[in-house]
Design a protein around this ligand. Structure first.
Ligand code: UD1
Length: 373
């Protein structure tokens, strides 16, 4: 009897996590794989380019939901998803990470009685001001099978009273993608495009509402970056929201950033991996980049008060730095004095998480109990 798996993605980091699942499923006989894209991210450089670069099959269905306030965006996704998932009637719906598409999918699947599996479960920042934290808590509470990337995830879920039979410590699908793509990225020399020298530049990414939405906060961070750029060149791929906020707040209007700071458009996965893997340091507020730099052994300064990925701090190269220019510049001084942890690779971040995930799901097999009206 064949098994039908529907994977649902919407935003950039989801695509990177879907890739290894799609690669493994392509080789599995007797499994039908349907990909739904909610349309949360729709820019070519945030979406389509990832499907091409990562050799992910084009989505079977694109709901075209687009941007909006959180409630409206999530609501639109739910309205569109419900009839589609009902019609497909899969054995499993698989969701990734902590974006609004994850939240909408889990709510709908749970309401209509389709079994769902959450990849990257159990992570907690314990900061409910982050929209992603709300998404994580709800997705984990409602999913039937939980796939965990690091020990803290197992501990958090147990503390929340989750039945341990639902939890599987499988490693990290984002690292699966990195392991596979690193040799390909190694053939690129993305830094040349920006006139940079390997191991002599810093990559900065910034997109969290808490860092970019308030003009005063954004200006303060930019001040720190300007000071840093007097010592070492910076390249900064800009998320559309960050570009818009820079323009709105009058910081670095147009392309008028300091000479040593290259503001660039979002780049595809391989180009980004090429840039990061030869950088001297990364400064970011992203979630996934904390993990990628840990795997690569690149020093990472995470400008957030907390992280849902503590293993990157405990074992990896990541340090949390309060997002103010004063503290960032102090941390940068420490880095310049060669005073930064070296780090090691966390358990099970070995390139085989997707295989372990699919072993679990396919062992459970077809779902007699799912919505079969
Ligand atoms: C979303 C995720 C975040 C993830 C990030 C990765 C949620 C709550 N947040 O944040 O966890 O780290 O993706 O990039 O799901 N926009 C465009 N083009 C697009 C998409 C968005 O210009 O293709 C602009 C729009 O102005 C939009 C804004 O970016 O309002 C924010 O997009 P949205 O999907 O709401 O959240 P992200 O900040 O991208």
């Amino acid at each position: 009897m064949s098994v039908k798996i529907v994977t649902i993605v919407g935003a950039r980091p989801n695509f990177v996590k879907l890739a290894p699942i799609a690669w493994v499923l392509r080789e599995k006989p007797g499994v039908e794989h349907v990909i739904i894209h909610t349309g949360q991210h729709y820019d070519l450089r945030l979406s389509e380019s990832f499907f091409q670069t990562l050799d992910i099959p084009q989505p079977d269905i694109n709901l075209g939901v687009g941007s909006g306030l959180h409630g409206a965006q999530t609501g639109r996704m739910m309205i569109e998803l419900e009839p589609v998932i009902k019609e497909l009637n899969p054995d499993w719906v698989v969701t990734f990470g902590d974006v609004n598409s994850t939240l909408a999918t889990t709510l709908v699947s749970s309401k209509i009685g389709i079994k769902s599996a959450h990849v990257e479960s159990g992570l907690r920042s314990y900061d409910r001001n982050m929209p992603e934290e709300v998404n994580r808590v709800v997705a984990d509470a409602l999913s039937d099978v939980l796939f965990v990337t690091e020990q803290s995830g197992m501990d958090n879920l147990l503390r929340e009273g989750v039945d341990s039979s639902k939890m599987h410590f499988v490693g990290n699908v984002m690292i699966d993608t990195l392991v596979k793509m690193l040799p390909v990225a190694g053939k690129l020399a993305e830094w040349e495009r920006y006139g940079l020298t390997p191991t002599n530049y810093i990559v900065i990414t910034l997109h969290r509402p808490s860092n970019v939405d308030d003009p005063g906060q954004l200006r303060d961070l930019c001040h720190a970056f300007e000071v840093i750029s007097r010592h070492i060149p910076i390249v900064m791929p800009l998320h559309p929201r960050t570009r818009a906020k820079l323009e709105e707040s009058g910081v670095w209007i147009g392309q008028t950033a300091p000479m040593n700071i290259k503001l660039i458009d979002p780049i595809d996965y391989l180009a980004f991996l090429s840039l990061v893997s030869k950088s001297k340091m990364v400064i970011t507020d992203s979630g996934g980049i904390q993990e990628e730099t840990t795997y690569l052994g690149i020093p990472c300064m995470t400008i957030r008060p907390n992280t849902e990925r503590p293993v990157t701090v405990e074992l990896g190269t990541n340090e949390l730095v309060t997002p103010t220019s004063q503290v960032i510049l102090k941390a940068f001084d420490q880095f310049r004095q060669d005073n930064w942890k070296k780090g090691s690779i966390p358990p099970l971040w070995d390139g085989h998480a997707a295989e372990r995930i699919l072993d679990v799901l396919l062992d459970i097999g077809p779902q007699e109990g799912s919505f079969k009206a």
